[in-house]
Ligand binder design. Structure first.
Ligand SMILES: [Zn+2]
Length: 184
């Protein structure tokens, strides 16, 4: 009964949300559901970081068989899933160097974060509702946006990317340790 009531609350997403988006296509054998400080619920990876069979990316010289390179990690989640700041940082101006292009949706945003002397720009792609302003400091656990399909033909998901500061996608690094996925 409680689950029913929670499910009816506007904007609520149950942790075990099982409504798959028919547009999702999973380019990984990993069927594990993960939790992370960056999003609500337990979710599957849709496209991992690195060379991929997913057809959305131009062939990359690093990849065999003319495959493309995915610069972030895509995590499948229903539209409206709450996204949180997984670490403290400052929201960059959209026009700061390394500005994300339209493939990231209408409201991509970046959080510049420093840990252990390493400054990184963490890019959140495909968000539609963004609750933070450029220049604002965000604390870990703060609601920052909601997932959407903005700029994403393959359904609602979070594109999570980590870049060297001020760099474009060519400055992307493996974001796994920043996303902090743990099996649910
Ligand atoms: Zn992506």
């Amino acid at each position: 009964m409680l689950a029913l009531v929670v499910g009816l609350l506007p904007g609520a997403v149950s942790p075990a949300d099982a409504r798959p988006d028919p547009r999702w296509h999973f380019y990984t054998r990993d069927r594990t559901r993960y939790v992370s400080p960056w999003f609500a619920g337990a979710r599957r990876i849709m496209v991992p970081y690195g060379c991929t069979r997913a057809p959305y990316y131009d062939p990359d010289p690093r990849c065999a068989h003319h495959r493309g390179f995915h610069h972030g990690i895509d995590v499948a989640m229903p539209c409206g899933t709450p996204l949180y700041a997984g670490r403290r940082g400052r929201v960059l101006s959209p026009s700061a160097p390394g500005r994300p292009g339209p493939a990231y949706g209408v409201h991509p945003f970046r959080i510049r974060s420093a840990v252990g002397g390493h400054v990184r720009d963490i890019l959140i792609g495909h968000a539609r509702r963004v609750y933070v302003q450029p220049g604002e400091w965000v604390r870990r656990g703060q609601l920052i946006a909601r997932a959407s399909d903005s700029g994403a033909p393959d359904g609602c998901h979070l594109h999570f990317e980590v870049r060297l500061p001020g760099r474009g996608y060519t400055g992307a690094i493996d974001p796994s340790s920043y996303l902090m996925l743990r099996p649910a």
